[in-house]
Design a protein around this ligand. Sequence first.
Ligand code: NAD
Length: 500
Amino acid sequence: MSDSALTRDEIVAIANGLSLPTQAFVNGEFVDSASGASFETVNPANRSVITSIASCDAVDVDRAVSAAQATFDSGVWSKVHPSERKATLKRLAELIDRDRVELAVLESLESGKPIRDCLDIDVPETARCIEWFAEGIDKILGQSSPSGNEALGLIVREPIPVVACVLPWNFPLMMLSWKIGPALAVGSSIIVKPAEQTSMTALKVAALASEAGVPDGVLNIVTGLGETAGRSIGLHRGIGAVSFTGSTEVGRLFLHYSADSNLKRTVLECGGKNPCVVLSDAGDLEAVAKHAVNAAFWNMGQNCTANSRLIVPRALKEELLSHVITESQNWTMGDPFDPDNLLGSLISDEQFEKVNGYIATGSAEGADLVYDGKLGPNDGGYFVSPKIFDGVTPEMTIARDEIFGPVMAVIAVDDDEHAIRVANDTDYGLQASVFTRDITRAHTIARRLDAGTVSVNCYSEGDNTTPFGGFKQSGFGGRDKSVYAYDQYVEKKTVWIDLS
Ligand code: NAD
């Protein structure tokens, strides 16, 4: 039977039979936190406690860093032949494929994401991402410098011994693979801190990495809260680089941590307030509406590239909006374990309150709530149905703040210049979508949008081959995905050889 043919009852049975990882993973072993503290992890789709997870602090981070450094120094991973690391990581990808159903159910259980996405997108893309970075291991070459006949300048890439990856909860597995794929590939040893809301799939992947042959101490998972485990990572002097994905607010803290400790390299992938720019010649508006709704509501809008602003010419607005509302009705929301649902719950009480607060602010500031989606059968979790606000102006709070929920703001504009001005009128610059049938206009507008990724006639973040990251306050210091991602975890060393 194919995974997508699983019924809700079968998925519930799998969830009930899961063995839940609850301890941190340090030096190849599952361990309690040194203090013995733990925190509860909650199923956001019914607000019940799933289990308790080890709550690590500075002592645990220190242990993990020592293990990581010792393993790096031993060379069992950092110095093995690249083809060996490649084979091991390809095995890890195969094991993720093998355990895909269990991983998907665990991901859905802890995050409230629809099982359908976990099975069809999150888990397979995680495996493909690890595989992609594995394949690159023996294909990235060094360089020599154009320094004349008297010398040979070599530019070699050396892994940073101990690196940390600090993760968000919105795509727990995919963000894990975007970070550990390249970091493992170059030979670094890693400390991962998953978001406290979603620790379990990272722990499960660590066990699979061990099974695949990744040596003890190379991949450590330090579970815990941001202010304890996260902060200790940021301030640790034994960590040479941190790759962070999360809010701009916490990203900023990591720059402070770096400045206050060892100037560790810091790469930030942060928030977004992304525009979907529809031009007057966008063509089939029904097709555009499908992309726009997917861009706004996928993953319940808890998506750093969510197109939360629909920017549309005044003359097209009514027609486009009517297609957008019709399409939104297809986005059924309810029990995440029901494979028919395209949308599940928000992640937490905090997020539930925050998103509902923005919805109230939207109405209070005069925007017009023209669509409020239906909520299907569920067990009383943190569900917020999709909302569409018309009559939004660029200065309104819902047009400026990253809401991280299923809320679309429709902004009418006069012409292309006005559209570009509104699209760029934000502190963020992660992604933008443009719809036009005119290739010249598409290129011209793509060049003028302040965004790390611009997709044309679709909503997309690209694929494993394309770099991902933001302009302005959406990002800093490096890129995830593509060959550029390896650079986050390596130092470039010049070797200068006298030939005179
Ligand atoms: P968050 O910033 O609250 O948390 C991210 C991580 O930082 C978590 O592991 C958390 O425990 C840790 N953290 C929290 N407070 C900390 C502190 N004081 N010190 C050290 N660490 C701390 O973000 P989130 O709520 O988990 O995720 C949502 C955010 O992530 C959104 O803003 C979204 O746009 C962003 N995001 C960005 C990308 C991207 O690639 N640009 C991808 C996914 C999510």
